[in-house]
Ligand binder design. Structure first.
Ligand code: UDX
Length: 467
């Protein structure tokens, strides 16, 4: 099938490559000429495991190309995915949908005949209905454009896997439409995936839009729940990681997304819960999502708690202290520093007078652009040179597997703060290090931890099996 994908960021570029991998003839479209030039030769402008190979393979096979031309997109075919960003508004908590509107307006201006637009961006409920009205007002009698909404649930770092092996497909269509071609078309596009038994949920626009925002709100709530419990654990000396293992064995709860620590960041969860609250307010449901304010507040509090923990355990005043920050990305296997807890902590420590040196295997360039006042090292070993405190802020595998003996000769003080509760405390303690975990004691060397097989952290999982 001939498909276009409008918007070639994380979501769009991955989607275009994956659709080509399914055998479709795909044209990716973006207004950023530099991005299109790089994608056209199989270069990914961000770090996403496996994506570059997928791009190259499909470009070479002639199934995937990129352009900045909307007329070319209109010519290419009659099925158009929209995957442009919906960031937080510059002045407000709501989602900025102007990129979606601009993409749809521009595309529709070039369409003739029958077309289907499938929105994939995360949008406030009601967006699809408003967009369809906008499309209808811009099309003449010989053009019909149907709009469907099919939210995307991919995680950065697992984008290819999540797109090719999703745990469900959701499609929302106009509840008042006399006839809709969308479901049959989407069924055909995803046939290879659907044949594996993936649930295919067809519904109305509003439900589809809400599925996505509710899913992200639930995940954020789960993380803030365990982080709130970790605050109590800190007070009473309990181990929140063991607690998470224990409650996670209840299938109704589940262990995933119960990793306590510095909380959630990135381009999705923080802005999506804020946009969700803002939309509920607009709809007059002021109190309905009030609990998400608390979810957000707990999350932001963990960053300050990490800063305070580092300051407390540092054996000298922060002014004059060297702090090594291991990790800048909002999570491992990503170079994304948007709303990164790691960088927020690094920035706050620098503001309190510490000399902060950051190392991240992939995100350093992005981090440097955002926080020029920090120092950046090109390896973990350089970052920890003469450090008074080593703080692990993103659980990259190389930090999880790092041994105290590697750092011993380099640091000024043997003090380590585990902001992601991803290290094996007994190994550090046995080597004479002072180990501190955000969220209170960490007894992860206890036999119970070896059963943590449902962890979201593959590196921690691999390590735990070896303990
Ligand atoms: C998220 C959703 O998971 C995905 O379905 C949606 O499409 C986009 O938003 P992503 O932002 O890529 O994906 O990252 P995710 O893996 O969900 O992690 C988000 C943040 O939560 C990270 O900062 C991570 O470190 C943190 N996190 C995750 C925790 O603090 N504890 C956990 O137990 C899990």
């Amino acid at each position: 099938m001939k498909l276009t994908v409008i918007g070639c960021g994380y979501l769009g570029a991955t989607h275009a490559a994956c659709m080509a991998e399914l055998g479709h003839d795909v044209l990716g479209v973006d207004v950023d000429a530099d991005k299109i030039a790089r994608l056209s030769v199989g270069e990914v402008p961000f770090f996403e495991p496996g994506l570059s190979d997928l791009l190259r393979r499909n470009i070479d096979a002639g199934r995937l190309a990129f352009t900045t031309s909307y007329p070319a997109a209109a010519e290419h075919g009659s099925i158009h995915f929209i995957g442009v960003g919906t960031p937080q508004q510059a002045r407000g908590l709501g989602a900025d949908t102007t990129y979606v509107e601009a993409a749809v307006d521009t595309l529709v201006g070039h369409l003739r005949g029958d077309h289907l637009i499938i929105g994939k961006s995360t949008v406030p409920v009601g967006t699809a209905a408003a967009l369809q009205a906008r499309i209808d007002a811009r099309t003449d009698d010989d053009t019909t454009v149907e709009l469907a909404w099919s939210p995307e649930f991919l995680r950065e770092g697992f984008a290819v896997e999540d797109t090719l092996r999703p745990d469900r497909l959701v499609v929302g269509t106009d509840p008042d439409a006399q006839c809709s071609a969308a479901v049959a078309v989407i069924d055909e596009i995803y046939r290879e995936i659907l044949e594996t038994g993936v649930p295919f949920i067809t519904t109305d626009w509003a439900t589809a839009e809400l599925v996505k925002t509710s899913a992200n709100a639930f995940l954020a709530t789960k993380i803030s729940f365990i982080n709130a419990i970790s605050e109590l654990c800190e007070i009473v000396g309990a181990d929140v990681s063991t607690l998470a293992d224990a409650i996670g064995h209840d299938n109704r709860i589940g262990r995933r997304f119960l990793n306590a620590g510095m909380g959630f960041g990135g381009g999705c969860l923080p802005k999506d819960i804020r946009a969700f609250m803002a939309r509920a307010d607009e709809l007059g449901a002021h109190r309905t999502l009030g609990f998400l304010h608390e979810v957000d507040a707990i999350n932001m509090r963990r960053r300050t708690a990490m800063v305070e923990l580092v300051e407390r355990v540092c054996r000298r005043e922060l002014i004059g202290a060297n702090i090594a920050i291991l990790g800048a990305a909002f999570k491992p296997e990503s170079d994304d520093v948007r709303d990164s807890p790691a960088l927020s902590v690094a920035g706050q420590l620098a503001l309190r007078g510490a000399t902060v040196t950051v190392f991240d295997p992939k995100a350093a360039d992005n981090a440097r652009r955002m926080y020029p006042m920090l120092h950046f090292a090109d390896s973990a070993r350089t970052a920890v040179a003469a450090a008074d405190v080593v703080a692990v802020t993103t659980e990259w595998a190389e930090f999880v597997h790092m041994g105290p003996d590697e750092l011993d000769p380099l640091v000024r003080e043997r003090v380590i703060v585990d902001g992601r509760r991803c290290l094996a405390p007994h190994i550090w303690a046995a080597a004479g290090w002072e180990y501190h975990a955000l969220g209170g004691v960490n007894r992860s060397h206890s036999p119970a931890r070896t059963t943590r097989v449902t962890s979201d952290n593959p590196h921690a999982r691999a390590r735990l099996k070896t303990i």
